[in-house]
Design a protein around this ligand. Structure first.
Ligand SMILES: *Cc1c(COP(=O)(O)O)cnc(C)c1O
Length: 421
């Protein structure tokens, strides 16, 4: 592959998704933003939409709910369903990803009496592990949690996981795209193995939704949760989504059974009777302002089409890896993401023993925003709706300058990376 700057310009000129960049707010044209996998950019349309919603509150007061927004969490769930291969009535928006994990992990364990093993991997996100541990502790340590280790800290330990799927296992939970290396599990393969053993699966789609095509129904997925503030561009703290396959919904119970999940909730009866269907996973009043931007974020992705987004994401991550090989390998950089695109999501982690200091220099000297994940991963997030090939090329040039001029040496060695980037 060509590695010159002119080639990047040519690739941008041929990019069928290039015009989507104009739909986002850019305030610093020199900033290279490679952290859309932690917090997506602001779509231009979102600002006006939110202002309109605030005006509605001012004018309509309590009528805000009854006139238009009472079912917002369900309506936006149906919208997200279009993006992840789910059906209408299988997805709601609610709370944070972590809280939804609690709901679904707890529900899955309760639905599998007699099965005492929980399986996950050490590539999973901290919340997922903490919440499993805490649920188990509150149940009286009734379960054995197997955290299957990845051999290389990058690749999913698929065979070792499958070996634990038997009649003793209640629940398997994995991040479909893992947050450090971007390794992608083959969801159809894992779902099939779990189903055969009667194991329920909860997928964490936080790093997958909007970056790789997801087909929950087509791959036979039981349950899933995921973020909307990453590739769905719905804003800081936008609530998460929760998916439960239709035929499972009424067999499960919600451990945070608030009034919004009660049948005939406006009876205000003090005896709890869950709603039928996905709405039994509600808890309280929907976070209307925070979730409203999801519609705009998802519509942009649907308009671009997940197949075209994936195609561009693969092309851009391949391009990035080829530039790392060509320019940065001599300085001791490694590629800490799978080289086979079929097993890679939409970010590339590059490693270096000085990774933490180099990451600081990228932010402070070079006006690039990546993020750092211990021990040595500098994550470069590709968001095909607005990342250009020219930015990828320029990123590599700026990192090369950091290395040539040893700019990173002025930063202190941090024993632990604190803060968000
Ligand atoms: C970002 C992320 C989360 C975040 O959870 P919140 O409760 O929204 O903070 C969870 N899981 C994974 C895999 C993530 O990447």
């Amino acid at each position: 592959m060509r590695t010159d700057a002119a080639y990047a310009q040519e690739l941008d000129a041929q990019d069928p998704l290039a015009h989507f960049k104009d739909k986002f707010v850019f305030t610093d044209p020199n900033l290279i933003y490679l952290d859309g996998n932690s917090l997506g950019r602001l779509p231009k349309a979102t600002k006006a939409m939110l202002n309109g919603l605030i005006d509605e509150w001012g004018d309509r007061l309590i009528r805000f709910w009854s006139e238009d927004h009472f079912n917002i969490a369900r309506d936006l769930g149906d919208k997200v369903a279009e993006l992840i291969g789910a059906s209408a009535g299988e997805v709601i928006i609610a709370e944070s990803t972590s809280v939804n994990m609690y709901k679904l992990f707890h529900a899955a364990l309760e639905a599998q009496p007699g099965r005492t093993r929980i399986v996950t991997d050490n590539l999973n996100f901290p919340s997922d592990i903490y919440i499993l541990d805490e649920i188990n502790r509150k149940l009286g340590n009734t379960h054995q949690i197997e955290v299957v280790q990845s051999d290389d800290g990058m690749t999913g330990p698929v065979e070792a996981i499958k070996a634990l799927l038997d009649e003793d296992t209640a629940l398997l939970t994995l991040s479909a795209t893992v947050f450090k290396s971007a390794y992608n599990y083959d969801m159809a393969d894992i779902n099939a193995a779990a189903k055969e053993a009667g194991v329920l699966v909860v997928w964490d789609l936080s790093h997958s939704v909007g970056s790789v095509p997801i087909d929950l129904n087509g791959t036979g997925a039981d349950m899933a949760i995921g973020c909307t503030y990453k590739y769905l561009n719905s804003g800081p703290g936008a609530p998460a989504f929760l998916y439960v396959r239709e035929d499972l919904q009424n067999k499960l119970s919600n451990p945070i059974a608030g009034w919004h999940s009660r049948k005939n909730q406006f009876d205000f009866g003090l005896n709890y009777v869950p709603k039928d269907g996905i709405e039994r996973f509600y808890s309280g009043t929907p976070e209307a302002f925070s979730m409203a931007p999801i519609e705009i974020g998802v519509n942009l992705l649907l308009e671009a089409g997940m197949d075209r987004i994936r195609e561009k994401s693969v092309a851009q991550t391949e391009y990035l890896i080829s530039l790392v090989d060509a320019y940065l390998k001599p300085y001791g950089f490694t590629v800490n993401s799978p080289r086979d695109a079929a097993y890679r999501g939409s970010h590339v982690a590059i490693g270096h023993p000085e990774g933490w200091r180099i990451n600081q220099s990228m932010i402070k000297d070079m006006n690039i925003i990546p993020d750092f994940r211990a021990p040595d991963n500098i994550r470069l997030g590709i968001t095909p709706l607005y990342t250009t090939y020219a930015e990828i090329h320029e990123t590599i040039m700026r990192i090369q300058r950091i290395m040539d001029e040893k700019l990173y040496e002025k930063y202190t060695l941090a024993s632990s990376a604190t803060g968000v980037t």
